[in-house]
Design a protein around this ligand. Structure first.
Ligand SMILES: [Zn+2]
Length: 411
């Protein structure tokens, strides 16, 4: 029985953005929603209870990392990802495609093409060995842990993801970079289409074989880089796939994204996709990108940035990002944000966090991560409320004007 569904609730007038509700066997996700990342089945330094308390509706873990350690069979025996990590809400896993293909190449997810600092070696870093080789059947790669050789194919990725047992999984795709030629993007897109078909077939087989397990939804991943015709084709192709009645339950908007074109790309894809299936924008979590994604029709988002930045003492405030180790916070006996309702802001001061980071105390990461995750989860929750109230653009103007005030002044 299919225990997965999605329905649209309200829309932004004149745009593709919408609110909705995803139902999974482990609970409901009100969309748009930000899904925090627990790469190795843990959001680094934070208890799952704290993630729930700060408003996370679901968590996303990484198939590549869990395949290498502890191994998907162990997660399966534990009763699946949620039981293993003591998270009782919905879970996502990505396919491992992005990780294996970006191994060793210093690959950036969002590239600001117009920045003067942009160099091609940011895509394939100089003197770095590429640790993955792609062919039409799959990807051979070297483990970043011990250098051992491994192989992922669409079938293997689905077998791993079924063992991990997340409510929402992603099809195995080839993630290209913006520096690949158009010819290569075209060839790669066809490869990803053929892999998507194989994913559906294997997904159908595994769903039957693992009878009695909670239903796992499969999202097809759309590539096509910065090319409108390729993006639109990817969306039409994958939305149209039907393997003996098995179709994608939703779609992942993937690939390398040129920041300046993010809105256009999401728009092209969402214009082609069926309205009644959810869309997840992969690896996006900067506030301005989230507004653009929501406005153009993406329903869910994930990104490691809020927690990764928190561990380096960079935290969000309504007036932009600040660094807690700055000397000016030594005697700041006030919360990071007066308007934030998170556990950190309601119990601790910036002065205390400044001290913890300087003393290299572990609690620094925990408290900063709780704040950053709450900030981004709450920002997307506010977008949802604003769509329901018909004032999305007012929220956007208000938030962007204040958060990016310095950047706006510089322009
Ligand atoms: Zn806070």
């Amino acid at each position: 029985m299919n225990q997965f569904s999605f329905k649209v609730q309200s829309t932004i007038e004149g745009a593709l953005g919408r609110t909705g509700e995803i139902v999974t066997p482990h609970g409901v996700i009100q969309t748009p929603a930000f899904i925090p990342v627990g790469t190795k089945a843990t959001v680094k330094s934070v208890l799952p209870e704290s993630m729930k308390e700060l408003g996370a509706q679901a968590l996303l873990a990484n198939a590549y990392h869990l395949y290498l350690q502890p191994g998907p069979d162990i997660v399966d025996e534990a009763g699946g990802l949620g039981s293993f990590m003591n998270w009782h809400g919905p879970t996502f896993t990505d396919s491992g495609g992005f990780q294996v293909l970006s191994l060793g190449v210093g690959f950036k997810k969002v590239i600001a093409m117009d920045e003067t600092t942009f160099r091609s070696d940011e895509v394939i870093a100089d003197k770095k060995e590429r640790l993955a080789h792609v062919d039409d059947d799959g990807v051979t790669f070297k483990s970043h842990l011990d250098g051992s050789m491994h192989r992922f194919t669409p079938e293997i990725s689905l077998q791993i993801q079924h063992q991990l047992g997340a409510d929402i999984m992603f099809a195995f795709d080839e993630c290209t970079t913006l520096h690949n030629t158009r010819g290569y993007q075209q060839k790669s897109l066809e490869r990803t289409r053929l892999w998507a078909k194989r994913c559906l077939i294997e997904h159908g087989r595994l769903t039957q074989e693992r009878v009695g397990k909670p239903y796992q939804a499969l999202f097809g991943v759309l590539q096509g880089a910065q090319y409108e015709d390729l993006r639109r084709k990817a969306a039409r192709d994958l939305a149209g796939l039907d393997e003996d009645g098995i179709t994608f339950d939703g779609f992942g908007l993937g690939g390398a994204l040129d920041k300046a074109k993010l809105g256009e790309i999401v728009n092209w894809l969402c214009e082609e996709l069926p309205v009644n299936k959810p869309r997840h924008l992969l690896g996006i979590g900067e506030p301005d990108d989230l507004f653009v994604g929501v406005e153009n029709g993406a329903d869910t988002f994930d990104c490691v940035a809020p927690s990764r930045q928190a561990r380096t003492s960079a935290v969000f405030t309504d007036d932009g990002r600040v660094n807690l180790t700055n000397a000016k916070y030594q005697r700041a006996f006030s919360p990071i944000s007066e308007s934030c309702d998170c556990y950190t802001c309601t119990h601790y001061t910036m002065a205390y966090l400044n001290h913890l980071f300087k003393a290299k105390e572990m609690l620094a990461s925990t408290l900063a991560t709780i704040h950053n995750e709450r900030f981004i989860v709450n920002l997307v929750d506010r977008m949802r409320a604003s769509i329901n109230n018909g004032d999305f653009y007012a929220l956007k103007a208000d938030f962007m004007g204040r958060f990016y005030a310095k950047r706006n002044l510089a322009q």
